[in-house]
Write a protein that binds this ligand. Sequence first.
Ligand code: SF4
Length: 304
Amino acid sequence: MTMLDKDLSYKLYSDEIIYRPPPESESILLQVAVGCSYSECTFCREQAHHRFKAYPLGEVEEKIAILASLPENKHKTELFFVGENCMVLPTQHLVAILQAVHELLPQVQHINMYARAVEILKKGRADLSLLRDLGVSSLYVGVESGSDRILENCRKGETVAQMLEALQLLDQLGLTYSLSSIIGLGGEELSWENATKTAEFYNQVHPWSIRLMTLSPEKGTTMAADIAAGRFHQLPPWKTILEERLLLEKLEVEDCLVYGNHFSNLLPLVAKWRQDQETVLEKMDEIICSLQPELVHSKDFDHM
Ligand code: SF4
């Protein structure tokens, strides 16, 4: 928001840093909620804050009016709801916001947001269809891992089966979705499981994009405390590269953008899958081969 003056930014957003996925870099950013209604995942900054609140409709309408008055938004057709789990908001509240968006920003055609899989399931077919008909197009769903054991360990509050069911419902309704997962979420012990099960999960669904991040828990989270106390064995950086390579080797999704450009990632990656798969793996192999041999023991490659 470097283009906005401080007063305007204060009226529009709760924080100086606005969290939005990379594909939304050109979208109008409308904050409808602060934080996450769940806030239990042990690795997530929201666990440290527990600060969820939804803005009342009147405040959201004021924000939309401000956004509509900004010349840089005049021709933008994509809008993103800022808030970590906007799908949890009551359907009627979302409907009222969507109607206000169309009234004040009539050029907007696609409205996208973060959503937990369990909230997608709670909304169900009828409410999702209603939201879709009002312009909701694409949802960003944090998968984090395709392993139930790892999801349970990090208190994700969702199972692989629930996530699969939610994404299959989106497929049926013609809603697109982008997914994300975390390299290193299983620690040293479950690194192989995290890579293979997450790739296996991705291969069963049809994401528009996949974002790979690397575990980097903030101070104040359970995960950070577990690492400090030696209860969770975080992967050293070079092993995150091995885990990422294994996941990418097993990844068979078609027509999908794969991003690994989060600040937490060691290797920047933006690739089209599967056409770029071979090139990406070759480059990763070059990097792995250039690592100090004493770091990379042959047993670490056994699974690859
Ligand atoms: S990872 Fe997602 S669902 Fe879990 S607490 Fe953070 S924002 Fe909420």
